[in-house]
Ligand binder design. Structure first.
Ligand SMILES: Nc1ncnc2c1ncn2[C@@H]1O[C@H](COP(=O)(O)OP(=O)(O)OP(=O)(O)O)[C@@H](O)[C@H]1O
Ligand SMILES: [Mg+2]
Length: 253
């Protein structure tokens, strides 16, 4: 089981009317692997990520998750299987504190005279432990999320994902709005998440980030996989040529 692919896509296509956004994507990844998805604007990266996380169905092709062919018809269905897209702050409730967000929909209770009472202390301790494990530094778990930065919110979402048994996390340009230090911590969090055996797919336009965090770089160009290489076997100049199509032109000539 352990060497089964976590995710395998076979010949995935996606058509929006006359536009063929994806023209036959084949791709596989293992547990604990970090994939950086690169490509020019409109290449098809977000479309691919949405197909994997149940946000939209492919026009054709198959998706296997943990060796089983699956069709996710909604993000919540994918989430049940352990696949989730983490957006910077969309899925947190800003008017309650970190602990409440961590346990959203999964609150711990005990019954006193038949009335369910929240187990505040237990939830606080468990949140604190999970945050520490993920290396997430939040000034106070009792602060409402509205007062936290984008990077801190992202870190909370990632720790929550790991804690509740997530298996594959997708991030679409997670660092676009973050400063240098927050981005560095975000990249560290991704490596920690992967070390727990979780698969990570991260879309980024920033080459340095891809090289810093990814085990493999996958380039999408005009709806096709234009490159799929181990980070240690390539260089930024080569990846740029994959993105622009120069590599294909060199091979053709
Ligand atoms: N819902 C939609 N309806 C029609 N066309 C769409 C839709 N979603 C995406 N497309 C088209 O599919 C192609 C791929 O778009 P996608 O958003 O996947 O690109 P991307 O690689 O994420 O680009 P970017 O780097 O700019 O985010 C584009 O031509 C886009 O216009
Ligand atoms: Mg996109």
């Amino acid at each position: 089981m352990s060497d089964t692919d976590l995710l395998r896509l076979r010949n995935i296509t996606k058509r929006f009317g006359a536009i063929e956004a994806l023209k036959g994507i084949d791709f596989a990844m293992k547990r604990g692997e970090v994939i950086a998805l690169l490509g020019d604007n409109g290449a098809g990266k977000s479309t691919l990520v949405k197909i994997i996380s149940g946000g939209q169905p492919p026009t054709s092709g198959t998706l296997e998750f943990e060796g089983v062919e699956r069709t996710f018809t909604s993000p919540s269905e994918a989430k049940k299987a352990g696949i989730e897209t983490v957006y910077q702050d969309l899925s947190l409730c800003t008017n309650v504190d970190v602990v409440a967000n961590f346990f959203m929909g999964r609150e711990l209770t005990r019954k006193v005279f038949g009335i369910p009472i929240l187990r505040e202390k237990a939830m606080y301790d468990e949140t604190q432990k999970a945050m520490r494990n993920a290396g997430t530094r939040i000034p106070s778990l009792r602060v409402n999320v509205e007062h936290l930065s984008g990077g801190q919110r992202q870190a909370i979402e990632l720790s929550r994902f790991v804690h509740w048994g997530g298996k594959l996390v997708l991030l679409d340009e997670p660092f676009a709005a973050l400063g240098v230090e927050q981005t560095r911590r975000g990249l560290e969090t991704i490596r920690r998440v992967a070390a727990e055996g979780i698969g990570v797919i991260v879309i980024t336009h920033i080459m340095a980030q891809a090289f810093q965090v990814a085990d493999r770089i996958v380039v999408i160009r005009q709806g096709r996989v234009a490159g799929d290489v181990r980070t240690e076997d390539t260089r930024p100049e080569e990846v740029i040529k994959m993105i622009t199509g120069e590599i294909e032109r060199e091979r053709a000539s």
